[in-house]
Design a binder for this molecule. Sequence first.
Ligand code: OSB
Ligand code: MG
Length: 357
Amino acid sequence: MRLLHPFETSFGVTQDRRILLVKVSDGQLEGYGEVTAGEGPFYCHETVDTAWHILSDFICPRLVGKTIEQPEDFAPLVEGIRGHNMAKGGLETALWDLEAHRQDTPLWKLLGGSRKEIDCGVSIGIQPTIDRLLEVIQREIDAGYRRIKIKIKPGWDVEAVRQVRAAFPKILLMCDANSAYTLDDIDLFRRMDDFEVMMFEQPLHYEDMIDHAELQRQIRTPICLDESIHSADDARKAIKIGACRIINIKLGRVGGHREARAVHDVCQGNGIPVWCGGMLESGVGRAHNIALSSLENFSLPGDVAASKRYWAEDVIEPAVVVSSEGRITQTARSGIGYQVKETFLKEVTVRTQVFGT
Ligand code: OSB
Ligand code: MG
């Protein structure tokens, strides 16, 4: 599926998405999940094709013939398959959707959520010029979004942030570096300390916590970790050493709803707010993100935006809509609460594989 606008980060440009969806069935009801890996190994090591490989050659064969009473039964079945959280998360989240349908309840309620409305922010890719960036920000603010995240990289940082802050003195603003910097850049972050940004997201290496802790000691602005956090245990360690003051939770990166909730709980217990990250998902992944964002400690606006920001036509109906106040209302329907458009899905599907009967 082609994105309406190319999306540029410090690690590259995405326009055409190849999306791997997972459907599970109990013979009567179905559940959908989305593998949130990218097309190439640039955000993390996983790709759509490594996830296909891991799912079809390792994860699905382990499940065939097994009884799964509840989504929590999934993790023990794939114990021993190291990493590949996005491949696991695609299937695990589908099991949660199915379970919510079986209980005839919305997924957000099944997860224990309490937020009936969630606050939405947008993630704005690197633009050709700063003037263009200012225009895009104005458009998103006019659409109602409550927080603006801009992507930064060396050469597109201090000056871009300075001009954005000058043009929009009051907005909730943050920057995401996607690991583009090192500790040699401390002065640059010190200079950006003056712009009252909510957080710097993942400024340093994608596997690092130690240097982030050093950077956090030297700047006022909170650091938010994204790439470095793969589990509740990672979150515990990052908090313990002071590597961040905020955590971005992504379902794929942590392997599904069970672990996402565990990360949420560790953060909550330590007074660390969280928000839900996005991976340019189709409506299926988006719907899961909305449900997850209902948990209490998701107290900051996430990168969960309307379908129409991404797609001419989404795979779900209704499309995800954001109110003029920048909020998404939780659904009263069961499961993820959005219907997958099977006919449209068939049109855009290039490969399928079936396991079990
Ligand atoms: O770092 O949050 C990120 C997209 C792809 C990979 C990594 C990231 C992102 C985004 C986009 O920021 C969020 C979205 O609008 O889905
Ligand atoms: Mg990020």
